[in-house]
Design a protein around this ligand. Structure first.
Ligand code: ADP
Length: 504
């Protein structure tokens, strides 16, 4: 077993340099060490493709979290406050360039640790760089207002940073989620302690080296590894953390809110789960709709909070659609993440594998029909066959709960009203899609769906310029676009009474 001892606080010195720019992720990780952790607990990193131990990573204990928070506080109150908005923007742009220069290395680490296909992993890194660069552009465009109340007062607002931001990210898009969090927080002048997911800490640790290389002052971005119940909880309960931005499950989202209430009422934004409807009308271009429905559920092995896991097809094309969708699903290449043709790699962990297989069994026992899939793929690694259920009832678990795997349910609808009702029959509201050739249908159904994003004749069309976040139990706040700046600034009102103004 190779021991990778990268841990907290990451703006410290490395004993040996990480081999940046090299494609060989395995040897890069083997030679990486950071010595300044206090906690001696380590967690094994498993390669989900073959279930073998890749390396182990130190977890940040409560003391490590405290050191990282203190470093972030010191920097926020000191040197970082003196970096101009333009300077913050330049640092983010530099970091984006370093992501691009190290694209092959970073993508290889994602494929190794998360299991995602190398082509998708490269897409993640490209999108991460775009996101960092985009927020670099925002850094010097964050402006207040002058507000006229009466002739005797001059009032203005300032959009000030919130302070030390704790950021907790999931394992499904390790560096992309990292960039969605870091970009707006830094653009707005905050400092950050970011915790990666325990299943996929490796790429964040290599990115930490890039932070140093980009020239960020010490303490501005602190990267920590560890489990949720220990490291995550220490961060969410910390009295000197001003804000938590979280992406993950709704269950944990509730715990984050509770931690805020129990500590210092730190501000909280949440991007949580989903059970998104993908709605296909009779008049849709069926080839296009099938391509997007397939991409909507199986992209990233179904491990997307916005996965289109409930597919509703209008009755006129239902049978034809199911047959054609099964044919399309059979063409998805499932296998080795390092094969460029692979679309679907393994699920991230044994826990997730077992959870998904449990849902498949539940669907079978509740009486739904398996149209295709329903079993493990191969004999090694956490691979699951792409699975379609039909004959599903609205109250079945597979129709209501987030499975987070390559499993979807397909059902019929009659008309627009029925499509909206069935689409909204969930506690979630992250995303939805409508496939139709009729613009009126597209506009009416998009307006009726209670979801933070509605795609028309496409799916998973997430873009760093477009706000993304949830209605209902899918979250609080919006990430990406200009909207994300609201998560990382607070408004200060300054009201000046003019000299000699009458007293009132
Ligand atoms: P999943 O079930 O998909 O693993 P989670 O919501 O459990 O998603 O995890 C998402 C992130 O939240 C991870 O970084 C995890 O370590 C962290 N996390 C889990 N539980 C807690 C908690 N109680 N407090 C803070 N962070 C947590």
């Amino acid at each position: 077993m190779t021991s990778v001892t990268l841990s907290t606080p990451i703006t410290g010195e490395y004993e040996q340099p990480i081999g940046l720019g090299q494609f060989n992720a395995r040897s890069t990780l083997r030679r990486s060490r950071v010595s300044n952790h206090l906690n001696s607990q380590k967690s094994s990193q498993i390669n989900p493709s073959n279930e073998e131990v890749l390396c182990s990573v130190y977890e940040a204990g409560e003391k490590d979290v405290d050191i990282a928070v203190q470093a972030a506080r010191k920097s926020f109150e000191g040197p970082w406050a003196h970096v101009t908005p333009e300077g913050r923007g330049k640092l983010l742009v530099k970091l984006a360039e370093l992501f691009e220069e190290n694209l092959n290395l970073l993508a290889a680490i994602e494929s190794l640790n998360n299991g995602k296909g190398i082509a998708l992993a490269k897409g993640d890194i490209t999108h991460s760089a775009s996101c960092l660069r985009y927020y670099g552009g925002w850094a010097d465009k964050i402006e207040g207002k002058v507000i006229d109340t009466d002739p005797e007062r001059f009032n203005y607002t300032r959009q000030e940073p919130i302070g030390v931001c704790g950021q907790i990210i999931p394992w499904n898009f390790p560096l992309l989620m990292w960039s969605w969090k870091i970009g707006p927080a830094i653009a707005c002048g905050n400092t950050v302690v970011i915790k990666s997911a325990e299943q996929t800490p490796l790429s964040a640790l290599v990115a930490a080296k890039l932070i140093v290389k980009a020239g960020f002052p010490p303490g501005v971005i602190n990267v920590i590894s560890g489990f949720g119940k220990t490291t995550g909880s220490a961060l969410t309960h910390h009295m000197d953390v001003d804000k938590i931005a979280f992406t993950g499950s709704t269950v944990v989202g509730r715990q984050i809110l509770k931690a805020s209430a129990e500590s210092n009422l730190k501000k909280v934004t949440l991007e949580l789960g989903g059970k998104s409807p993908n709605i296909v009308f009779n008049d849709a271009d069926i080839d296009n709709a099938i391509a997007w429905v397939n991409y909507g559920i199986y992209y990233n092995h179904g491990q997307c909070c916005c996965a289109g896991s409930r597919i509703f097809v209008q009755e006129g094309i239902y049978e034809k659609f199911v047959e054609r969708f099964k044919e399309r699903t059979a063409k998805n290449v499932v296998g080795d993440p390092f094969d460029p043709k692979t679309f679907q790699g393994p699920q991230v962990s044994k826990v997730q594998f077992d959870r998904i297989m449990g849902y498949i069994e539940q669907g079978k026992s509740e009486g739904a029909t398996i149209e295709t899939g329903g079993s493990r793929h191969g004999t090694k690694g956490y691979f699951i066959q792409p699975t379609i259920f039909s004959n599903v009832q609205p109250n079945m678990k597979i129709m209501q709960e987030e499975i987070f795997g390559p499993v979807c349910s397909i059902a019929k609808f009659t008309n627009e009203v029925d499509a909206i009702c069935q689409g909204n029959n969930t506690t979630y509201g992250l995303a939805a899609a409508v496939h139709t050739a009729n613009l009126n249908t597209a506009l009416r159904v998009s307006a009726g769906l209670k979801a933070g994003t509605v795609w028309v004749n496409t799916y998973n069309s997430v873009h760093h310029q477009l706000p993304f976040g949830g209605y209902k139990e899918s979250g609080i706040g919006r990430e990406l676009g200009e909207a994300a700046l609201a998560n990382y600034t607070q408004t200060k009102t300054v009201s000046i009474r003019l000299t000699n103004a009458p007293f009132y």
